[in-house]
Design a protein around this ligand. Structure first.
Ligand SMILES: [Zn+2]
Length: 479
């Protein structure tokens, strides 16, 4: 995600097989059939999940993250309230109507609003799979957020119960108003969406076919090896497209004089990062202008760009940032709640890298200098106001007390950390580290320790001390 900065502006059902370190991993899959009712602003869904136990443990329950329930309360900090809720308070949620295993109703409970725990009838052994059927209704709030309806578009980010990742147990993240609280495994998707025919659909995955009946459109979509699935509906969308490296790049927009320029930029981004980090392996990528209270948001094959961004420099910056997330978050995943720095720092640095190599009037050295002065200002002001400032980057989202603290420690300092590392290692080793890290963890989840080990191995240097001094807040600014 890319935030608008306020106080301290930084300008800135066919299983596939993957070959990993542990051998073949069978992916879980989601079959979702849903219909959007524009009058009640509800999405009614039937979801069949084929869950594969890829752990070494025997499981008695399966857990899902229920992001729609984060809209039971005001979902943003005060600074974003007016952008998110222009029509005042509005609330949404997910109503789980039934959970079945086979034909039988299964026992379930909802923990802290965020986690759906489904109790299995029988133990699920390693490498076994099980089918779980969920019926539910998502009630959308009138909120310009990942999930919600606005004047120009309806956003369906994180609308469905998504499987929690199993590490030593199921990882149960909490909601957070700072940053993205998500963590998921790659899976396969078959999704059928029915919606009023006057809307245009932008979606993750590949559209297989669409049919129209009684003023409703039903679209079938297939998504292979996706970390998540998202779609956006709007009655206002105009779509323009270009192909680069066999990838269809589409820009969904309304009211935009610079549409062609943004589409060209998106193509350049896909080309640049495919060559800098590794191929973008999907057929489509959609840049979608929409109602959104932050700058932008990333999903597999689809990114939101806020229609509230009025200057083209910021708009371009956000397009590059969100598309960089296709590499850092979508293809190489991580627990964004526990280690937000992993994808955000690398994404923000990749954005600087893009502008270093493409002439859009933003100079790499200026971006680094801007980050440096912004970060110093943050430290100065916080030290003066609070007496002390926590500069650590490796905190979970719940541990950042304010928005400026989160943005400065994770994004701004992240850019400085990678710039400094590049100067230490030299370009050739530094870019090898990025490529190897991408190759090693593509379609997987990486931890901070994984990144440090991967970079150490690629550069033939032990970088543990280097990273830990930055991550723990021991690097001193002011020399
Ligand atoms: Zn981001």
């Amino acid at each position: 995600m890319k935030k608008f900065a306020f106080l301290f502006v930084f300008i800135f059902a066919l299983p596939l097989f993957l070959v990993g370190c542990g051998g073949q991993v069978q992916l879980s899959s989601y079959d979702i059939v849903c219909e959007y009712d524009e009058n009640s602003h509800t999405l009614t869904c039937e979801q069949n999940v084929n869950y594969v136990n890829n752990s070494n443990n025997t499981l008695n329950e399966i857990c899902f993250f229920l992001y729609p329930n984060s809209f039971k309360e005001i979902a943003v900090s005060n600074a974003y309230y007016d952008r998110a809720y222009p029509n005042g308070d509005s609330f949404g949620d997910i109503e789980i109507e039934s959970v079945k295993i086979g034909d039988k109703d299964a026992e379930f409970n909802i923990e802290n609003e965020a986690i759906l725990n489904v109790t299995l009838f029988n133990e699920l052994f390693p490498n076994e799979n099980i089918e779980i059927n969920l019926s539910y209704v998502v009630n959308l709030a009138n909120v310009y957020h990942r999930l919600g309806y606005g004047d120009n578009a309806v956003n369906f980010g994180n609308f469905y119960p998504i499987l929690c990742v199993y590490d030593d147990g199921f990882v149960k993240n909490s909601f957070a108003s700072n940053g993205d609280p998500f963590y998921s495994d790659i899976a396969n998707y078959n999704v059928q969406i029915t919606f009023p025919s006057n809307y245009t659909l932008a979606t993750s995955g590949e559209v297989l076919r669409s049919t129209n009946e009684n003023s409703k459109t039903t679209t079938e979509i297939k998504g292979e090896k996706l970390r998540d699935f998202c779609f956006v509906l709007s009655t206002k969308f105009v779509v323009i497209s270009k192909t680069i490296n066999d990838v269809n790049v589409n820009y969904y927009y309304y009211d935009d004089e610079n549409a062609e320029e943004y589409l060209t930029l998106a193509c350049e981004v896909i080309e640049e990062f495919s060559s800098s980090f590794g191929d973008y392996p999907y057929k489509n990528v959609n840049v979608v202008k929409t109602n959104f209270c932050f700058g932008g948001m990333e999903y597999p094959n689809l990114v939101y760009i806020s229609d509230e961004i009025t200057d083209s420099e910021t708009y371009r910056y956000v397009i590059v940032h969100e598309l960089a997330h296709q590499w850092w978050y979508s293809l190489v995943g991580n627990n964004e709640y526990e280690e937000a720095w992993l994808d955000e720092s690398l994404t923000e640095y990749s954005t600087a890298l893009f502008f270093e190599r493409h002439d859009y009037g933003l100079n790499y050295d200026d971006i680094i200098a801007g980050a440096d002065s912004t970060y110093r200002l943050f430290v100065d002001v916080y030290s003066n106001v609070l007496g002390d400032v926590d500069e650590s980057m490796n905190r979970n989202l719940g541990e950042f007390e304010t928005e400026p603290e989160y943005v400065n420690c994770v994004y701004t300092k992240g850019v400085l950390m990678y710039d400094s590392l590049r100067k230490t290692l030299g370009d050739s080793k530094f870019f090898k580290c990025l490529k190897d890290y991408f190759e090693n963890f593509r379609y997987k989840n990486a931890s901070g320790a994984d990144l440090i080990n991967s970079f150490s191995s690629s550069s033939h240097r032990n970088l543990e001390g280097y990273f830990s001094s930055w991550l723990n807040g021991e690097v001193i600014f002011g020399n």
